[in-house]
Design a protein around this ligand. Structure first.
Ligand code: NAD
Length: 412
């Protein structure tokens, strides 16, 4: 993301911070300070008007000591090298925290999908896989959806891959529709895992039963979590998408908001709500950043009033702001734990693909609950033991696991 907060610098800062605690040797730190492989591709796409346009894409394969690289593909105008690298590192920590036998990677294309026709979007998605098909696959590197990529895009990518590989390999990508080997429960998995973590943390902090919640981002993760939190009895007072923020101190009817957004394409003007400028500094019990990175930064952190922050987006808080939140005694459940439900079910999707045997939604969500509970307990205990923040504990746990795998392989 082109702004003052270089996301990969954030990754390196976070590593420096736990270097001593994790007793990281210089060699381990050196391996974890850069992706194993970084690929840049230029993708020619025939546009509907007959002209060819070239889009830039990336794939960052960060670490595969614990298993094949795993990470989503983002389609966004602000995608850049540093963002993709950072997201690939965070995927490495996330798969380790939630204990799935996978590494970490991430991909992206610099594009505003709102400017593309459906045909152009399909040709761009296929072009990405044509450029990268030899370095992705179920045993190599497994893509998935991220910001502005969908199950439909995964299905086109799978089809392109299988045409080139001349065989069915549904486990090469996750988050695909159930019709082509996707897992039941995958669409809501990130939010389901997030709610589980949010509820556990709220209980731990003795927050009121109808605690107030503000959610930034109303897409797959934020929108789904809003619906689940509302159904679970939380008072969802504010919601934001990229264009507007709506607020009602008595709580919003999230089901009605979902319908309103479907009909009008925006949250703006939702009946009974006030349009406000800033969701991050509201007087609420729980704040959920679920949009993009670098939302809570030094400039606004002092005005954050929530008691609990659950990071559903990747990297929404800069390291400097994170320190200030800790000083203010605001508990932060870090991204690599809070949003790990998505990759946990992606792993279950691959397991089902490999076995060619498919579970019911209930079976999938039960397995997810067990995986999230184990990760949550491990991070919470480590944080108590070492008297460190949940973020430091999650990173420490992850880095130890990755370092152990690298050591076993004789890499370090
Ligand atoms: P999405 O494209 O479905 O939704 C993104 C949402 O963010 C949209 O509602 C958009 O309007 C909103 N948004 C964008 N800029 C905003 C801004 N400045 N202010 C407020 N809202 C803004 O994407 P998603 O899959 O929901 O991903 C959201 C975040 O969650 C990302 O950081 C992503 O990396 C992370 N994540 C996603 C998954 C997953 O399974 N989809 C898993 C783990 C983490």
């Amino acid at each position: 993301m082109s702004n003052l907060h270089d996301p990969f610098d954030n990754v390196l800062n976070q590593l420096q911070e736990i270097k001593t605690l994790a007793e990281l040797k210089e060699g381990v730190l050196a391996v974890l300070s850069a992706p194993k492989r970084f690929i840049e591709v230029n993708l020619p796409v025939r546009m509907d008007d007959g002209q060819v346009k070239v889009f830039k894409g990336y794939r960052s394969q960060f670490n595969d000591a614990r298993g094949p690289f795993k990470g989503g593909v983002r389609f966004h105008p602000n995608v850049d090298e540093s963002e993709v690298k950072a997201l690939s590192a965070w995927m490495t920590w996330k798969t380790a925290v939630v204990g799935v036998p996978l590494g970490g990677s991430k991909g992206g294309i610099i594009v505003d999908t709102k400017q593309l026709s459906i045909g152009e979007l399909e040709r761009l998605s296929r072009a990405y896989i044509r450029a990268l098909w030899e370095v992705v696959g179920p045993e190599l590197d497994v893509p998935a959806p991220d910001v502005y990529t969908t199950g439909q895009i995964m299905a086109w990518m799978l089809d392109e891959y299988e045409v080139l590989a001349r065989r069915h390999r549904p486990g090469m990508i996750t988050g695909k529709p159930v019709a082509v080997g996707g897992s039941k429960g995958r669409v809501q998995a990130t939010a389901v895992g997030g709610l589980q973590v949010l509820m556990a943390a709220a209980k731990h902090l003795n927050l009121p039963e109808k605690a107030s919640v503000a959610i930034q981002g109303f897409g797959n993760v934020g929108g789904t979590l809003a619906g689940l939190a509302y159904a679970a009895g939380f008072k969802v007072v504010a919601l934001a998408d990229s264009k507007s923020t709506i607020y009602n101190s008595e709580g919003l009817d999230v089901v009605a908001v979902e319908n309103y957004k479907k009909q009008n394409g925006t949250l703006f003007g939702f009946p009974g709500s006030k349009n406000i400028n800033d969701i991050l500094t509201l007087e609420v019990d729980i704040l959920v950043p679920a949009a993009l990175e670098n939302s809570i930064i030094v400039d606004n952190v002092r005005d954050v009033k929530a008691r609990l922050i659950v990071e559903m987006a990747n990297g929404p808080i800069t390291p400097e702001a994170d320190k200030i939140l800790a000083e203010k005694n605001i508990i932060v459940v870090p991204d690599i734990l809070a949003n790990a439900g998505g990759v946990a079910v992606s792993y279950l999707e691959q397991v089902q693909n490999a076995a060619n045997y498919y579970w019911s939604e209930i079976e999938v969500l039960q397995k997810l609950e067990v995986m999230m509970a184990e990760a949550l307990t491990a991070v919470w205990e480590l944080s108590n033991d070492k008297k460190i923040t949940l973020r430091q504990a999650a990173l420490l746990l992850a880095v130890r696991r990755v370092a152990e795998a690298m050591k076993s392989r004789g890499w370090v």
